[in-house]
Design a protein around this ligand. Sequence first.
Ligand SMILES: CC(C)(COP(=O)(O)OP(=O)(O)OC[C@H]1O[C@@H](n2cnc3c(N)ncnc32)[C@H](O[C@H]2O[C@H](COP(=O)(O)OP(=O)(O)OP(=O)(O)O)[C@@H](O)[C@H]2O)[C@@H]1O)[C@@H](O)C(=O)NCCC(=O)NCCS
Ligand SMILES: Nc1ncnc2[nH]cnc12
Length: 283
Amino acid sequence: MSALTLRDADLPLADWLADLAVDALIDEADLTPKPGLVDRRGSGAHHDLHLGLMHASALSLWPCFRQMAEAAQQHGEVGLPLREALGRIGREGEAAMLAITGGVNTHRGAIWALGLLVAALALSPDSLDARAIALRAGRIALIDDPAAPKPDSHGADVCRRYGVRGAREEAQLGFPAALDHGLPQLRRSRAAGAGEQNARLDALLAIMAELSDTCVLWRAGPEGLQATRAGARAVLVAGGAASLAGRRQLRALEARLLELNVSPGGAADLLAACLFLDHAGSL
Ligand SMILES: CC(C)(COP(=O)(O)OP(=O)(O)OC[C@H]1O[C@@H](n2cnc3c(N)ncnc32)[C@H](O[C@H]2O[C@H](COP(=O)(O)OP(=O)(O)OP(=O)(O)O)[C@@H](O)[C@H]2O)[C@@H]1O)[C@@H](O)C(=O)NCCC(=O)NCCS
Ligand SMILES: Nc1ncnc2[nH]cnc12
């Protein structure tokens, strides 16, 4: 049975997709212990973020996700008019987020990734295959938004400096870090009996082990990215978050990231994308 057939019949599709997106952001924020990131224990490598702010930011984005789904329903196909609408709604969503957080960037990458996925699912709500949704989202991301300001961001800066793929390219390729690494690991760890929280931590680590996270590169350069990837891989090789050896490696990874002042914010956004796709496809 699909998630859409289980949806409350009175709830419009766009509202339901916005619910799913906000749920995914709150589940990501609550997941604990995440190395370097805000979680139930504290602020990780951040001085200006805390769990309450992550929740408030996620909730403030509900209207943005609903409008994105409605825009996809209205336009009905991948194309420039939909891309322009999503760009406008996304920028308004960013402004709403910054107003709630007092100017702190909590969820810019998540608005981008989840916004594209919400729109892609709204375009074809009967097909809940995660890869098909992600590839449709990628086709939207490939269209240039003529109204977009020239990128002047941390991501654009490190992509130029180090020649890596950032959030834009990750989306354009159909979210390979989420589809090829995060989601398969989530399902493998669940199947192995890890328990839901450990399976989600393993999915985050699988993404961290592969992603060119521009948040990490911005704060700690290639050395930080290498430490993040190697440390995440070490936890998984040791048995993952459900094992004692994996937990030891996770503590070592957290200590190293805090020493380097690293926060894998891009990986956190892509974990939320995995949880959204997993939830949409499994009910
Ligand atoms: C295309 C955009 C995503 C803009 O991308 P760009 O790379 O130019 O801009 P950034 O501002 O750097 O935002 C990208 C955010 O994406 C996340 N991310 C990083 N790496 C990847 C990756 N490889 N793949 C996927 N996602 C990735 C990440 O988001 C998280 O980090 C944020 C905090 O980052 P930062 O501000 O750098 O924070 P700090 O380190 O704390 O800063 P300091 O304290 O050190 O100063 C946090 O928000 C997380 O979400 C990147 O930050 C897109 O945003 C865009 O074009 N938007 C315009 C509107 C639009 O068209 N919207 C369409 C909606 S569908
Ligand atoms: N849990 C988290 N902590 C810090 N930055 C984030 N960006 C997205 N989720 C985050």
